[in-house]
Design a binder for this molecule. Structure first.
Ligand code: HAM
Length: 418
């Protein structure tokens, strides 16, 4: 049997790519308004980069990373997320700080495929490197919400929290471990292990029994040091003075090891709280830990497929400009060069069109046009050539009219909205 698509990986077919492109184009348009520039980094990195950033106690590195040895026995990984590669590139490229960068690309996580969880997914990400103000944290949330409103995704909510820093977290850890004492058996096996390595991870666990345990537990946000508390308060005051719909979620610790202070996630009601459409936070220590300058950082990434699903669920896609596709067909060898000239003329005028070079009878070509969902067909026929006209056929109504050659561009501009 011919090998099939890998589990958890998607083909984006032409009928889906219009909405996908709409999302990407608007993301780029909005983030450029806030001073972000594109950065592209490799999909393959040394696995160690992720061990030292995303972290050995994160599920992403622990269970989900695609790793392999290359021909020189180097341990490589398909990137499971974008942040570590971007920070590495900024260090290696010796970029001046501050920097605001955005990236687009595929990420790989060996997850158990289920609704909204893919093994290859595409992220739209932003990183601000070298800005410490809580306004930057807020501004990222503002950008996310600006983008959602631009693409008409109206049912979103932003969840926020603070998980403190290396100064305040040890105190929380102590209190949390005391709370967990004698309750170990009530945790899932994974969380029993997490308790030893990084108890904060227990807050990420999706198992119901662990969720029950943390419901009443102490929360990291109540143990913030003065610096983290001030940062959080200021961040919240910016949110309060905006019209962004947000909620504090004390259990939002995020599943990656590098976060400090602010954490946040975007959700869409149509997909539910468990499937975030994006998430991020501050990570003030990562750059230094990767050998760079001691620069505060904050960022987020959106899941393209999840945004796509959320928009589809919203069923509110009328605003998408209909792609009025055009096809040129011809009836004999002699008409082909005229059809080709016409196609080039249309392209010069930015009118997209498709000319199928295979000569078939007109009926068959119209059938092809129909299957391709073509809205208008221009027929370059022998008889019409003699009369100096083209035939323009509306594929939806079936109506067919003659148009003088020198009037074709103006007519098409009107009907194709270009
Ligand atoms: P993350 O929350 O792991 O954060 O991923 C960001 C987004 O990617 C998620 O909110 C979700 O929409 C999407 N996503 C993640 N895993 C999958 C999956 N298996 N299938 C489909 N979509 C998925 C990060 O990756 C951080 N690098 C974000 C960040 C940037 N933090 C600071 N800067």
């Amino acid at each position: 049997m011919f090998p099939k698509r890998l589990k958890g990986m998607l083909d984006i077919l032409p009928r889906e790519s219009e909405l996908i492109n709409f999302i990407i184009t608007n993301f780029e348009k909005i983030v450029k308004l806030y001073g972000f520039s594109l950065i592209r980094t490799p999909i393959l990195e040394h696995a160690e980069l992720f061990y030292r950033s995303t972290g050995l106690t994160s599920d992403i590195v622990n269970k989900e990373m695609y790793t392999f040895y290359d021909k020189k026995e180097r341990l490589l990984a398909l990137r499971p997320e974008g942040t570590p590669g971007v920070i590495r590139a900024i260090i290696e490229g010796q970029l001046s700080l501050p920097q605001r960068v955005y990236y687009l690309g595929p990420m790989f996580r060996y997850e158990r495929p289920q609704k909204g969880r893919l093994r290859e997914h595409y992220q739209l990400g932003l990183e601000i490197v070298g800005e410490k103000s809580p306004y930057s944290d807020f501004e990222l949330i503002k950008i996310g919400n600006h983008f959602f409103s631009e693409i008409n995704l109206t049912d979103t909510l932003t969840l926020v929290n603070s998980i403190g820093c290396e100064k305040c977290r040890p105190k929380f850890r102590e209190v949390f471990l005391t709370y967990l004492k004698d309750k170990e058996n009530l945790l899932c096996l994974d969380c029993q292990e997490r308790k030893e390595k990084n108890p904060l991870r227990i807050f990420d666990c999706k198992q119901e029994k662990c969720q029950r345990m943390i419901k009443e537990s102490p929360k990291v946000k109540d143990f913030l040091c003065a610096d983290c508390q001030n940062h959080f308060n200021k961040f919240l005051s910016y949110l309060e003075n905006s019209n962004i719909k947000y909620k504090i979620d004390e259990n939002l610790v995020r599943g990656l090891d590098y976060y400090t202070k602010t954490t946040f996630e975007f959700i869409s009601e149509s997909l539910g709280e468990k499937i975030s459409i994006g998430g991020g936070g501050r990570y003030d220590n990562l750059m230094k830990e990767l050998g760079g300058r001691d620069a505060p950082c904050v960022g987020f990434a959106l899941g393209l497929e999840r945004i796509y699903y959320a928009l589809r669920e919203n069923k509110n896609l009328n605003y998408l400009k209909e792609n009025r596709k055009l096809m040129i067909i011809y009836d004999c060898e002699e008409s082909f060069s005229e059809a080709e000239n016409l196609a080039d003329l249309l392209r010069k005028e930015n009118i997209p069109c498709y000319l199928n070079p295979d000569l078939e009878n007109l009926k068959r070509q119209l059938k092809i046009a129909d299957k391709l969902d073509i809205k208008y067909v221009i027929i370059v026929g022998e008889k019409e050539r003699e009369k100096g006209v083209y035939l323009l056929r509306d594929m939806i109504s079936g109506e067919q009219i003659e148009i003088k050659k020198d009037e074709i561009i103006n007519k098409l501009k009107k009907i194709t909205n270009v």
